[in-house]
Write a protein that binds this ligand. Structure first.
Ligand SMILES: [Zn+2]
Length: 252
């Protein structure tokens, strides 16, 4: 099994929840509005024996060549976007769900970005996102998924997809957030998305202000970090600027 981060760059965000590109080499962190946080936006692609799996889909921005960022990033590592077989969605905040669909630059019509893939989406998260528009959810990015036959709606709190992906609803970050594990042979890729977004948070007690239930997220992180050490998980950190992937030292 191979995993590749598909970084869309570093961004700074303040209370307005607008993602502003940020160059860590040339810009000064101190000059940002108070309470700003700095994050990477980083979906992942996991290549297994029979599947090409995306873990979340990025912001959905277009690059300078007019190509959807996540399509360009896949092509840059030799993966044809139309060969993606599965798209797993942790939750539908705009920095994760933006690339699920896109507006065609000339037709101005919205399309599904991975029409040959199955999209795995938590049903309650979708309904919540559609019914509670906010600065975090953009209904028009996801509305067409309701009529897309490729969606497999996940309705349980946990379950297994094709004997390969195990998902667990966690809440914590938002009401219906879910994490997943991909297991093949003796390897485990773990994607905790926004409940486990950065390496540093795994190692220290940290309650995030941006979480709906910060304490719950912290408890999940502590549990996962212990299990991950024992079982040698490969952690995929969606918002880590320095460590997209990390396997902790083994404990017995
Ligand atoms: Zn996020």
């Amino acid at each position: 099994m191979r995993i590749y981060p598909l970084s869309e760059g570093s961004f700074t965000i303040d209370q307005t929840k607008v993602f502003v590109p940020f160059n860590t080499n040339t810009e000064n962190l101190q000059l940002r509005p108070k309470g700003s946080i700095l994050v990477e936006i980083q979906p992942f692609v996991v290549v297994t024996d029979n599947d090409i799996i995306l873990l979340d889909t990025g912001l959905g921005y277009f690059n300078n060549a007019g190509i959807l960022q996540i399509h360009a990033n896949l092509m840059a590592i030799g993966i044809d976007p139309s060969s993606v077989t599965k798209v797993f969605m942790s939750h539908l905040h705009k920095d994760h769900a933006g690339g699920m669909t896109y507006v065609h630059p000339t037709h101005q019509e919205r399309f599904v970005s991975f029409p040959y893939a199955k999209y795995y989406i938590q049903k309650r998260e979708f309904e919540y996102a559609m019914s509670e528009p906010s600065s975090s959810y953009i209904a028009e990015q996801i509305a067409i998924l309701e009529s897309f036959s490729g969606v497999e709606w996940l309705e349980d709190d946990h379950g297994t997809i094709d004997n390969l992906i195990h998902y667990q609803m966690t809440a914590g970050h938002c009401k219906f957030h879910q994490a997943c594990w991909i297991k093949e042979q003796n390897e485990t890729v773990f994607f905790g998305a926004d409940v486990a977004p950065q390496l540093q948070q795994m190692k220290s007690k940290f309650v995030a202000k941006y979480d709906m239930d910060g304490k719950k997220s912290m408890e999940w992180r502590q549990l996962w970090w212990e299990l991950g050490k024992i079982e040698q998980w490969n952690f995929a950190f969606y918002h880590d600027i320095q460590f997209p992937n990390y396997t902790p030292c083994k404990t017995v």
